[in-house]
Design a protein around this ligand. Structure first.
Ligand code: S3P
Length: 173
């Protein structure tokens, strides 16, 4: 079984992904990192040199070529929302939507060190950032909600991770 983590920027996909993979003795893959490795460029550089549409093609291409098993994969916040990607995700494995409220996403994104091209325009505009997140999340939510499982991604302690593993095993029967 593969497990794909989906959700908005700042929802904790990479952190949970690494912990889940360790707990299950699965490999951990982060789609942004995979793309950066293959292109030898940061996501920020790809957006500025080649444009967002090209980045979206790279995401789709990676999903189409994926052929491994027993992996936990952290996807980018926009990955499930591009045409045809949800179908590819569903073919690869079980998906989990990490749900968090807008205010918490805004707080986490503001304090993150990661450079996220979509967020850069709001670097000094916390109110603008919150409205941007609320609007984009509303558009993305219908995609995210098609995940196999939705979890409340606040405080993912070991007990909640064990519950998630049980729910994933049940969904795999
Ligand atoms: C994006 C999310 C980012 C990265 C890119 C675009 C998005 O990944 O793929 O900056 O469209 O939400 P994270 O969700 O891991 O930050």
């Amino acid at each position: 079984m593969n497990i794909l983590l989906i959700g908005f920027m700042g929802s904790g996909k990479s952190t949970l992904g690494q912990r889940l993979a360790k707990r299950m003795s699965y490999s951990f893959l982060d789609l942004d990192a995979e793309i950066e490795k293959s292109k030898q460029k940061s996501v920020g550089q790809i957006f500025s040199d080649d444009g967002e549409a090209y980045f979206r093609l790279l995401e789709k291409d990676w999903l189409m070529k994926f052929d491994q098993d027993n992996c936990v994969i952290s996807l980018g916040g926009g990955t499930p929302c591009q045409e045809g990607n949800l179908e590819l995700i569903q073919k690869i494995g079980k998906s989990v939507y990490l749900h968090l409220p807008v205010e918490m996403l805004a707080h986490r994104i503001q304090n993150a060190k990661t450079i996220r091209p979509l967020i850069e325009p709001f670097r000094d505009d916390p109110e603008g950032l919150t409205s941007f997140i609320a609007e984009l999340l509303e558009k993305r939510q219908p995609f995210y909600e098609q995940a196999t499982l939705t979890i409340d991604a606040k405080d993912m302690n070991p007990e909640k991770i064990d519950e998630l593993i049980s729910a994933l095993s049940a969904a795999d029967q």
